[in-house]
Design a protein around this ligand. Structure first.
Ligand code: AN0
Ligand code: CP
Length: 320
């Protein structure tokens, strides 16, 4: 595997889930694979889970992780081509990428959407430069449009907790004070469409996700109706994807707290499990009562981030 951005990169999902099960059962069984290998984990944005689970996954495989926080530990980097660099950016990605990849075997990148220029974000302009100028396998640790390590961990979690062969999974938008990327809902939709689940997306009008990610998923604008009979409720905020009105891209269109997932919402489900990728804002996205309930699986979901990252790194090491 040379890149990990989309569900197709992992191939057959049944095989990937079986591999995840094995990795979780015996995490140190492939320690030889990473011997004398280095992974560079480059963060343009904050992270708790991704930075820790990626390092743990690398260590489980016997690999050396190096973490770099751009702009804090390093120079600030320019990401756009053709600009006169007379601002606060001291170095361009064009030089920084081949330098970084000369020190490692695999590279993981966290680079959120800027949420200003839809075309720049949806072209994955930063990630593309890492592929073009880096020459090493690249993992998206949440880039402009996707968060595949999260979606894979979410699928592993659903597989572990499901009580029906084909569960109903509902992804619901929920309010947040800030403008957040669409990477998490995009990837979750992409992975759920590929999995054997009954998948429904619900959000206020104007929050339509990019059709490339929505695929054949059912979209239901009535949140309560969407949640009826759900087995898993996956909450997430995202900003306006700018599909119906490009001028609204990245904007917060609603802070309607009637969309905050609370006991009233969970009551219409089939005793659903509650999921969220974290970090989560309590009583904005989800009420205390729901996230603290026995049906909340946000912590095992986060724990599975090590498993998803380890399967991806293992596959990459095997194909070096
Ligand atoms: C980020 C997002 O919504 O993309 C990271 C989630 C994993 N969340 C925040 O910035 C709060
Ligand atoms: N879910 C997730 O990616 O969390 P972090 O932003 O803390 O890495």
């Amino acid at each position: 595997m040379k890149t990990f951005f989309h569900v197709n990169d992992i191939g057959d999902l049944g095989a990937a889930l079986e591999e995840a099960r094995q990795v979780k059962a015996t995490p140190f069984a492939w320690k030889h694979l990473g011997q004398d290998k280095t992974i560079m984990l480059v963060f343009f944005n904050s992270s708790l889970r991704t930075r820790l689970s990626s390092q743990k996954a690398a260590l489980n495989l016997g690999m050396n992780p190096i973490v770099l926080n751009i702009g804090q530990d390093s120079w600030k980097l320019e990401t756009e081509m053709g600009v006169v660099m007379d601002g606060d950016k001291s170095e361009h990605l064009r030089e920084a990428i081949p330098v970084m990849t000369s020190y490692c075997d695999l590279i993981g990148i966290r680079s959120f959407a800027g949420l200003k220029d839809r075309e720049f974000d949806y072209n994955e302009s930063v990630l593309r430069q890492f592929i073009e100028y880096g020459g090493k396998p690249v993992i998206s640790l949440e880039s402009a449009t996707v968060h595949p390590c999260q979606a894979f961990a979410d699928l592993i979690t659903i597989e572990e907790y499901k009580e029906k062969k084909r569960p109903k999974v509902v992804m619901t938008w929920a309010p947040h004070p800030n403008s957040l990327p669409q990477a998490v809902p995009n990837s979750f939709a992409e992975w759920m469409n590929a999995a054997d689940v009954d998948f429904v997306i619900t959000h206020p009008r104007g929050y339509e996700l990019d059709p490339a990610f929505v695929g054949n998923a059912r979209v239901e604008y009535d949140q309560m109706k969407a949640l009826e009979g759900a087995d898993f409720v996956y909450a997430k905020n995202w900003s306006c994807p700018g599909v119906t009105d490009p001028a609204q891209y990245g904007k917060v269109l609603s802070k309607d707290r009637s969309w905050t997932v609370d006991e009233r919402h969970m009551a219409v489900t089939d005793n659903a499990f509650f999921m969220h990728c974290l970090p989560v804002r309590r009583n904005m996205i989800v009420s205390d009562a729901v996230i603290d309930s026995p049906r909340s699986i946000v912590i095992p979901e986060a724990a599975n981030r090590t498993v998803s990252a380890q399967v991806v790194m293992k596959r990459m090491l095997e194909s070096l």
